[in-house]
Design a protein around this ligand. Structure first.
Ligand code: BGC
Length: 756
């Protein structure tokens, strides 16, 4: 009689895969993907059987497109020239399955992209018969494609609190990427920027997990459209899994320390929602969490992401991050060990970027018995499954002529809307704004006349440093104000970012002005290039403010920046304050329209604006953190006013008691009491009055945006479930504890009890 073990083995290797695979159980690479049908699943398996180990290792590799062009990496010739020899090497010999980026220093048109991607795809089909997966970072529009529609950066979109707009904009990005035959977008970043110094704060949707979840979802849906593989959709990549937005030092890619409860409260829910809504790719966080680089964290990449969150798609590394495991993190002795560790942890594709030794290491590790081929098959199956789901085998090149709306006015109007709705008016003493028809305006400051301070990074280059060249046709703030206030605008630079220039001239010009518009802030940057040692603005900008303030003329202060650079003294002494963030190419026009009153501002802060350098609390802090006046930000999360007055009344709950399977309806009347039409975002917060884990003072649970004419009111209703007011409890699982909860909308509050 056969032993139990041998019977089990017989079952596993013969009958099992056929019986179990259709039930969704993966065995030795024979996983079944719920997002594929039977035929597609069978196809993935047959592809696996067909491929050699080398070819599989190639599928797991992603390189920068620079490697197939003539010339040195990062500084290709302009225009770029495709190298037959390099295409043969990368796609032909190494059989690499994925490419990213744009040819350095060039921003090809859709037609140009199609030409070279066409050659790469033809080579791939001729060698492996598997289409390449081409990806780019199109985080505020298809920013590496010449002439594409760019719009406000993610932090600004969050400030608009308009998820429908975000969905539409993501749809525009997908359409324009597809026009250039690029079907994969490394966006949305749902990192939850909770350390305001972090140089990628502006790439996130701010400090609140619910806002990140809602905007991440909206953009995912916009990118992927209704069906995977649709002509106008691309596949989104959720990033950066997870905990990236909270480096302790505030510097990019440095350690985050996240107790399990925090991790689950702030850094997983947005990924869970997006995965449940069809996300197929995830990029790993390049940093470390609790001492373990995420690229070697089996806990995060496999136990949490796959086993708990149920993610079935592919996990791609961030830029060179497998190599960095030994070059930077010191957890591996050499590249080979790093490759083994990352694959053991759950990585599927390595963004080796500018090196090509990864696939060779994979082959060697399997040949040496350090990795099993079955483990490789698991990753390759995921990669192929994504390619199949996207329909790439059938179609991997698109005709730009089929995308007539590329760069159209129709799309530009949406981009303009994103700028208008995402600029936040924070203070308007004495109704300084809008500028009155006869008033003369003096415009001053380092962010007044450049496109970099309106657009941020990932704008026609990684650092956004070429924005002034490529976005020349758009108006800087100066250009837009010259049109808005013809014959009554004077511009004097006054200071660069860190050096006083012609401040005397600005002071002299102030004598003839009724209003000074002072534009301060930052240039564009991202990642470690944007690291700072202090949130305080460079001295020159503060000195410029002081000089102008001494003139006694009213100041409208505009902060163009990717994070809340401190401006407390300046804001206190300015009559009007605007946080413009990075509103995109139309930002100058939008600001001009807001300053003149043609547009009524409607943005609200998606982060807490600190007053002091060491007081960086978020709005959802704990009670002990606000004792003795210790929570006193310059502007609170959600701050943002309008040229009209919105008031709230009649906050009503459908019941005073919420039971486990119930839904509580919370209604409120919003009235436009002023004399201008305007848009307004309504934010609903809850407070758990007593809980076993110290509760946050407030948590945002719902929001919506409406437009109201003067005198108009609207009754809106939010539905709250017990899950909406849950928290990660002592057992590190979501719980809703019986007790009293307070609902806050604006200045109104009501209470209800949750009873089991
Ligand atoms: C960034 C990612 C980006 C990748 C590819 C990395 O440096 O961290 O956000 O997707 O590069 O460009």
């Amino acid at each position: 009689m056969r032993s139990l073990l041998s019977q089990l083995l017989f079952f596993c290797f013969t009958v099992g895969p056929f019986l179990l695979a259709p039930c969704g159980i993966g065995l030795y690479g024979q996983q079944r993907f719920s997002f594929l049908d039977d035929e597609q699943n069978a196809f993935v398996q047959s592809e696996l059987r067909r491929l050699t180990l080398r070819q599989k290792a190639g599928q797991m590799t992603q390189v920068a497109v620079d490697l197939v062009f003539e010339g040195p990496t990062y500084v290709l010739t302009v225009p770029p020239v495709l190298s037959d020899e390099r295409v043969d090497r990368i796609v032909g010999e190494l059989e690499i399955g994925s490419i990213l980026n744009h040819p350095s220093r060039s921003y090809p048109s859709p037609i140009e992209y199609r030409l070279f991607i066409g050659e790469l795809q033809a080579k791939a089909m001729e060698t492996t018969g598997i289409p390449l997966l081409y990806g780019q970072d199109a985080i505020h529009g298809a920013n590496y494609i010449g002439g594409a529609t760019l719009y406000a950066q993610p932090l600004n979109l969050a400030a608009s609190f308009n998820t429908e707009l975000a969905r539409e904009l993501a749809g525009i990005t997908a359409y324009e990427m597809k026009a250039a035959s690029i079907p994969w977008n490394f966006s949305p970043a749902m990192d939850v920027g909770r350390n305001p110094a972090w140089p990628r704060t502006w790439e996130s949707f701010g400090e609140d997990p619910y806002v990140n979840q809602q905007f991440g979802l909206a953009m995912l849906q916009g990118y992927q459209t209704d069906s995977l593989g649709s002509r106008t959709g691309v596949v989104a990549c959720l990033k950066h899994f997870t905990g990236y937005g909270s480096p302790r030092s505030g510097r990019d890619r440095t350690p985050a320390y996240l107790p399990e409860r925090q991790l689950r409260e702030y850094y997983l829910p947005q990924f869970q929602t997006a995965i449940d809504s069809g996300a197929l790719t995830v990029m790993a966080n390049s940093g470390e969490v609790n001492g373990v680089p995420v690229h070697v964290s089996k806990y995060l990449l496999t136990e949490v992401l796959r086993d708990e969150l149920g993610f079935e798609g592919l996990v791609v590394s961030d830029w060179q991050d497998v190599r960095y495991l030994y070059e930077r993190h010191h957890v591996a002795r050499d590249l080979k060990e790093a490759v083994k560790m990352s694959i053991d942890a759950g990585l599927d594709m390595s963004m080796t970027a500018v090196t090509t030794d990864f696939p060779e290491m994979v082959v060697e590790l399997v040949q040496e018995g350090e990795l099993t081929e079955a483990r490789i098959d698991t990753s390759v199956a995921r990669i192929l499954a994504v390619k199949v789901a996207m329909g790439l085998y059938e179609e991997h090149l698109w005709d730009p002529a089929d995308f007539p709306d590329f760069g159209s006015d129709k799309f530009a109007r949406k981009a303009m809307q994103s700028a208008e709705e995402s600029i936040v008016l924070l203070k308007n003493d004495g109704l300084l704004l809008p500028v009155k028809p006869e008033q003369r305006v003096l415009l001053v400051g380092p962010t007044a006349d450049n496109m970099r301070s309106l657009n941020g990074g990932w704008t026609y280059s990684w650092q956004g440093d070429e924005a002034d060249t490529y976005l020349e046709e758009f108006n800087t703030i100066r250009e837009a104000l010259e049109r808005e206030f013809p014959d009554r605008l004077t511009y004097v630079e006054g200071a660069s970012f860190d050096t006083l220039r012609n401040a005397d001239e600005a002071v002299t010009a102030a004598a003839d002005a009724d209003v000074i518009v002072l534009c301060v802030g930052e240039l564009s940057y991202t990642e470690d290039v944007g690291n700072i040692n202090s949130l305080v603005l460079p001295d020159a900008q503060r000195r410029l403010f002081n000089r102008l303030n001494e003139t006694g003329k009213p100041i409208a202060l505009i902060m163009n920046a990717g994070r809340p650079r401190l401006m407390s003294k300046m804001a206190n002494r300015s009559q009007a304050v605007i946080f413009a963030g990075y509103p995109g190419p139309h930002g100058g026009d939008a600001l001009a329209a807001i300053l003149s009153g043609r547009v009524n501002p409607s943005g609200r802060l998606p982060l807490t604006y600190p007053r002091q350098p060491n007081a960086l609390l978020t709005y959802d802090h704990k009670y002990t953190e606000e004792l003795n006046g210790n929570y006193n930000p310059l502007f609170d999360f959600g701050a943002g006013i309008s040229y009209t007055d919105f008031t709230y009344s009649e906050l009503n709950l459908s019941s005073r008691v919420l039971n486990p399977n119930d839904t509580l309806e919370v209604s409120v009347r919003v009235t436009n009491e002023g004399d201008r039409a305007g848009k307004h975002s309504v934010l609903l917060f809850t407070s758990d009055l007593v809980a076993s884990v110290t509760p946050s003072v407030l948590r945002l649970r719902k929001f919506t945006k409406l437009h109201l004419e003067p005198g108009e009111y609207r009754d809106i209703t939010f539905a709250l479930t017990p899950a909406d007011v849950s928290f990660i409890g002592l057992g590190n699982l979501p719980v809703t504890e019986p007790g009293t909860f307070r609902v806050t909308v604006g200045n109104l509050t009501e209470e209800f009890d949750f009873e089991e």
